[in-house]
Design a protein around this ligand. Structure first.
Ligand SMILES: Nc1ncnc2c1ncn2[C@@H]1O[C@H](COP(=O)(O)OP(=O)(O)OP(=O)(O)O)[C@@H](O)[C@H]1O
Length: 789
């Protein structure tokens, strides 16, 4: 054995001892949590309070246990050595020894920061950064970066190992789900992750630059650093479609965070499932910020005045309220500037009083007629003034009686109806007449008209939200509950303090505070967590909102998102070169300034960790043609297969496309295999890889051809070896190999077809094939040279 191999073996051995010891600490923490969970379940539950306490204690320990289990894989992944000979281990969670000394630093803690930001030019006091590669609990690799060779001991110098940790991570085959990257976060991404909670941060970057992964690590970092604020208010992640949310769903749990709410724009209105789709033209019109005026205009039309006097027939009497009075009542109700359904209370009470007066007048009139008939009786010919005799109490009583009459209700509802957002928007979109009368000039309202009761689209959801704001809801019950909850608060906090002390959670190196714990288990009678309550409540104010693929949001969707985060603490992640929605953003200022007035900062990510150079050249041609002002990112990977174009006739497609995809699958399996078969030799590994079907192929089609192509493959979830997707569904996802079917169809499918094609060709980590029937589009001419026709 050479000196160097000897040194490496020693380093492995010593790191193995350190890592095994850390796993021992993890096991001990788990054991404590399990015991505490058993104790919690053993507690008496004689009273309601005792039961609530048992549930809180048990769920706290279950949560703690889940967190400890989530960090089993890759518990410790790094070590930093400073000039004083001090070594610090970095991991997914913080752990302490029996003396409460920190033995493993949570990757989000300030003490871990040098691990991510040290560079050769600015080592920040480090002499070495070491990456540890673990397989289960065994250290299988070490990767060193030395910043100061002179600062290291001779022994340490002998054990230096230099495999690039990042490239090793990138070489791994895709699994169909995004994973975390705590071990290899890059300096530019670290800046994004640890940027201040305050204000709005825009992360602009090309495909594969790690925007999504950085945003999710940022969520975990913010929850760790500002747990007191954020656990109480919650964090919302907005993604472009359900497929994408499934794709990223495992990242935060793997980082020990399970309390983040994830939703698409179409899911942000509780109780509404937006399952229909808008045409591009309808999406543009619906997303136009002037739709706020349209909704307000439609509502104003529902606050009516009668054509003439209001006349209601009641028990043979004609109650007449003059037109001018109706108009005055409407103006008064509008002037209070309350939402419609709340102002209605005032309007109804005033109108009922007018109707009570009208009733008195009508009664008087009828008596007067009778009186004329009783001639000669001096007492009865005394003039009556019933209306003037009515005092406030009479009016009140009469109003109540009248409100019970269906004719009166009908009349009131016709003038100022109680409305739901669903009814207002459905009525608006199914009435060309209303749309025409309230739409501002230039808004293509004709695109919006549809039959009543149509299924909701994601574009309708911001309109419903707008309507809900204008209509308001009767929240007196909720306010009353909040007051009661406040009274219970002190009690909850006292109890939470007890839980922390009795379970020792506070001492286990996990950042906890009694008030945070109390909030998590605040008994609102429903047993719901903060995340559950937030999802169900349209007016929930989140502590922080992350919007991914943010370029897709229309101005109307931004209005809705901004309402969910009154403190305007936002992370906006996107790429203006990938805007697929015709209603989406062309510039960040255009969509953000109406809400933030320039108070947002930008971080740019410029390195592409996904797409190899060879594929990126093709993508750059597409970008140059359709968004020349945007720069493609620079790829870190190279040496992949040259992208190729294959011409297939429509008749050959059903047989030849599955064969082509099968061949792609075998290719990526063979490439990934050597990693699977590590230790068995590259060749055997390649065979195993191809045989067990390692690797994933994404087949991307125009919207109109999705069904036809999907039929050719077994139906499968994201983890399936082959998944057939539209461009919209593939947004944000990645595969080892991608087959783009009918690029011309993608270009032609919408005004943003060029951007769609750019998205489609940048989904691959290794191989790209384009299948075309007619001529290859000009923008892909680079591939024609390699066509295998
Ligand atoms: N620091 C890193 N270490 C390891 N892998 C990384 C790192 N940064 C990014 N990656 C990987 O690069 C790939 C692309 O990342 P991600 O999906 O976050 O990019 P994106 O900018 O959101 O792309 P798109 O705009 O196309 O949606 C993912 O597989 C991610 O895990």
């Amino acid at each position: 054995m050479t000196n160097r191999q000897d040194g490496f073996a020693q380093a492995l051995d010593s790191e193995q001892r350190a890592v095994s010891w850390l796993y021992g600490r993890l096991d001990a923490a788990r054991q404590r949590a399990e015991e505490a969970l058993r104790t919690a379940y053993g507690r008496a539950t004689g009273t309601r309070q005792a039961m609530v306490e048992r549930e809180a204690m048990a769920s706290e320990q279950a949560r703690r246990l889940a967190q400890l289990n989530a960090v089993e894989r890759g518990l410790c992944f790094g070590r930093i050595d400073d000039g004083s000979g001090q070594s610090t281990y970095i991991g997914r969670i913080g752990l302490r020894d029996e003396e409460h000394e920190s033995v493993l630093i949570d990757w989000r803690a300030p003490a871990a920061r040098p691990f991510y930001v040290a560079t050769a030019t600015d080592p920040g006091g480090l002499v070495r950064r070491r990456h540890l590669h673990l397989k289960d609990r065994t250290v299988v690799g070490i990767d060193d970066e030395v910043f100061d060779l002179d600062g290291m001991s001779d022994g340490d110098r002998r054990t230096l190992v230099g495999e690039a940790a990042l490239l090793a991570a990138l070489r791994r085959g895709r699994t169909g789900r995004m994973g975390d990257v705590v071990a290899t976060i890059q300096t530019e991404q670290d800046r994004v992750i640890r940027s201040s909670l305050q204000g709005a941060l825009v992360v602009q970057g090309g495909p594969g630059t790690g925007k999504t992964v950085a945003a999710l690590h940022r969520a975990a970092y913010l929850l760790y650093t500002h747990r007191d604020t954020l656990e109480r208010r919650g964090v919302l992640v907005v993604g472009p479609n359900p497929m994408f949310l499934r794709y990223i769903s495992q990242v935060l749990p793997a980082l020990g965070e399970t309390q983040v709410v994830m939703a698409t724009v179409g899911e942000m209105f509780p109780g509404v499932r937006a399952c229909a789709a808008d045409s591009p033209a309808a999406a543009v019109a619906k997303g136009d910020p002037r739709m706020a005026e349209v909704v307000a205009g439609a509502l104003a039309l529902r606050q009516a005045v009668p054509d003439g006097d209001l006349v209601v027939e009641l028990d043979g009497l004609r109650l007449r309220v003059p037109y001018e009075v109706c108009a005055r009542l409407r103006e008064r109700a509008r002037a209070v500037r309350l939402p419609h359904n709340m102002a209605r209370k005032l309007y109804v009470s005033e109108l009922l009083k007018e109707l009570a007066r009208a009733e008195a007048r009508a009664l008087e009139e009828s008596l007067h007629i009778e009186e004329l008939e009783v001639e000669g009786d001096p007492e009865l010919s005394e003039p009556l003034d019933l209306e003037a005799d009515l005092d406030e109490i009479d009016l009140e009583l009469a109003s109540r009686r009248l409100w019970g009459e269906p004719e009166i209700r009908r009349a009131v509802d016709g003038l100022w109806p109680e409305l739901t957002p669903h009814r207002l928007i459905d009525d608006l979109l199914s009435s060309a007449e209303t749309l025409r009368s309230v739409a501002p000039p230039g808004l293509a309202w004709q695109e919006l008209v549809r039959p009543p009761g149509s299924a909701w689209t994601p574009g309708d959801v911001p309109l419903l939200d707008e309507a809900a704001e204008l209509l308001g809801e009767d929240d007196s019950a909720r306010r009353m509950a909040a007051r009661e909850a406040d009274q219970e608060w002190a009690e909850q906090e006292r109890y939470a303090r007890e839980v922390l002390e009795s379970t020792g959670v506070a001492e286990q190196g996990i950042f906890e505070r009694a008030d945070v714990l109390a909030e998590r288990h605040a008994d609102d009678g429903s047993g719901l967590t903060t995340a559950d309550r937030a999802v169900a409540d349209r007016s929930w104010a989140y502590g922080h909102v992350i919007v991914d693929e943010a370029q897709e949001l229309s101005p109307m969707a931004w209005r809705m998102v901004m309402r969910r985060v009154p403190a305007k603490s936002l992370t906006v992640v996107g790429d203006l070169a990938q805007t697929g929605s015709a209603a989406g953003a062309r510039s960040w200022g255009e969509v953000l300034d109406p809400h933030l007035e320039g108070r947002w900062r930008v971080e740019r990510l410029l390195v592409n960790y996904r797409t190899p150079v060879e594929i990126m050249r093709v993508a750059a041609d597409v970008l140059r043609a359709f968004a020349p002002e945007q720069e493609p990112p620079e790829s870190v990977r190279s040496g992949g297969a040259e992208p190729r174009a294959v011409r297939l006739t429509a008749a050959d497609l059903p047989a030849d496309l599955p064969a082509l995809v099968e061949a792609e699958l075998a290719e990526v399996g063979a490439e990934i295999g050597p990693e699977i078969g590590a230790g068995n030799g590259a060749e055997i590994g390649a065979e195993i890889g191809a045989e067990i079907g390692a690797g994933r192929v994404g087949v991307v089609t125009p919207d109109a051809r999705h069904a036809e192509v999907a039929r050719l493959f077994p139906e499968g979830e994201l983890e399936a070896p082959v998944v057939v997707l539209t461009v919209g569904q593939a947004k944000g996802l990645e595969f080892d190999a991608v087959v783009v079917v009918d690029p011309q169809g993608i270009l032609d499918q919408s005004p943003m077809g060029g951007q769609d094609l750019y998205v489609a060709v940048t989904r691959a980590t290794r191989r790209l094939t384009v299948v075309h029937e007619g001529e290859l589009p000009d923008v892909l001419s680079r591939m024609a040279e390699k066509s295998t026709l």
